[in-house]
Design a protein around this ligand. Structure first.
Ligand code: F6P
Length: 340
């Protein structure tokens, strides 16, 4: 059977649902090209001297990004690839990235478009040096009407306003997962052709699961509802759930979410008291929101424990939120524990 390329898929989607106007198609094609370039760089690793930390000004210590985290060389390269690829096509009004404090304006010498692009250029980057899967996450919003020079405020829209969300995982194969609001579809990079090829359509997350993903080392910092939920899972067959559960934690959200899309599961990075200044670890705008849109579109649930993630009104570009997402019935249970 001849499989559709990403380009063919996007054109078909426009015929079927009028969900991919030509500017949005260009945007997705450009992002997918940038993802190919990032995948090539990630694949080169030590051969091209790309592992390790990015040197800060003066060269002695690692550069620290806006999140207060040491930047890896590949974080910086992936960010530059996405910025450069998306600047000149005329499809964007502005971009925002995990690696930059404020929005990146489209230079005046280039035409501007109506979309805003947000990304985490290299998610899970602590895994780079140990050769474990990492990825890129992105989210697309419309620029508010009448805004010609978007500031951070233009980006502060709830996740329910996303017109497109996606992520790539650089694993044994490079896979791009995409939603435009009509289901979730996966494309595998054919390295000989240089094209993303549709390999899974209308992915559905099983409603029930026996697998959970959480960083257990934080248990002592969790709130009581989360402790209760995990205690019950750990109690297994002899506990209140009456069955054994299995645990997986890659520590790359892209890989953990991809596993959940493939065979179900629940992923949690809950609120904790480790750093009372932070509401969680994951960032709303370019991690939680795009993943929540994808998971909901695949029939799963995505909550902060108290609120649907896509309904959270953002207050800052780099705002953090607690995240509970995956198989619908397990997410509903975690929410019910928070409510009681
Ligand atoms: O910053 C994002 C991230 O790397 C996610 O990809 C991942 O799920 C999480 O952080 C891992 O956090 P920790 O190192 O605390 O397990």
């Amino acid at each position: 059977m001849k499989r559709a390329t990403l380009t063919r898929f996007l054109i078909d989607e426009q015929y079927k649902h009028q969900s991919v106007p030509s500017d949005l198609r260009l945007l997705i094609e450009v992002v997918s090209r940038a993802i190919k370039a990032i995948s090539i760089n990630v694949g080169k690793g030590a051969l091209a001297g790309l592992l390790g930390e990015h040197a800060g000004a003066g060269g002695a210590n690692a550069a620290i990004n806006v999140q207060g985290e040491a930047q890896k060389k590949l974080d910086v390269i992936a960010n530059e690839i996405l910025l450069e690829a998306n600047e000149w096509g005329g499809h964007l009004a502005a971009m925002a990235s995990e690696e930059m404090e404020g929005p990146h304006a489209i230079p005046h010498r280039y035409p501007k478009g109506e979309y805003l692009l947000l990304f985490d250029p290299l998610d899970g980057s602590s895994n780079i040096d140990v050769n474990v899967s990492v990825g890129t996450i992105f989210s697309v919003l419309k620029c508010p009407e009448g805004v010609t020079e978007p500031t951070a405020d233009a980006f502060l829209q709830p996740g329910s306003k996303q017109v497109c969300a996606g992520f790539a995982v650089f694993g044994p194969s490079t896979v791009l997962v995409l939603t435009l609001g009509n289901g979730v579809h996966a494309f595998t990079l054919d390295r000989e052709l240089g094209s993303f090829v549709l390999t899974q359509e209308h992915i559905r997350i099983p409603e029930d699961t026996k697998e959970f993903a959480i960083n257990m080392s934080n248990m002592r910092f969790w709130e009581p509802p989360m402790k209760r939920y995990i205690d019950e899972l750990l109690a297994g067959k002899t506990g209140p759930r009456g069955q054994d559960f299995n645990m997986r934690w890659v520590a790359s959200m892209v890989a953990d979410v991809h596993r959940i899309l493939t065979r179900g599961g629940i992923f949690m990075y809950p609120r904790d008291t480790k750093d009372p200044g932070k509401a969680g670890r994951l960032r709303l705008m370019y991690e939680a929101n795009p993943m929540a849109m994808i998971v909901e579109q695949a029939g799963g649930g995505a909550s902060t424990g108290l609120t649907r993630i896509l309904d959270v009104q953002p207050t800052g570009l780099h705002q953090r939120v607690p995240v509970v997402l995956g198989s619908k019935n397990e997410v509903a249970r975690v929410v019910s524990y928070h409510q009681s």
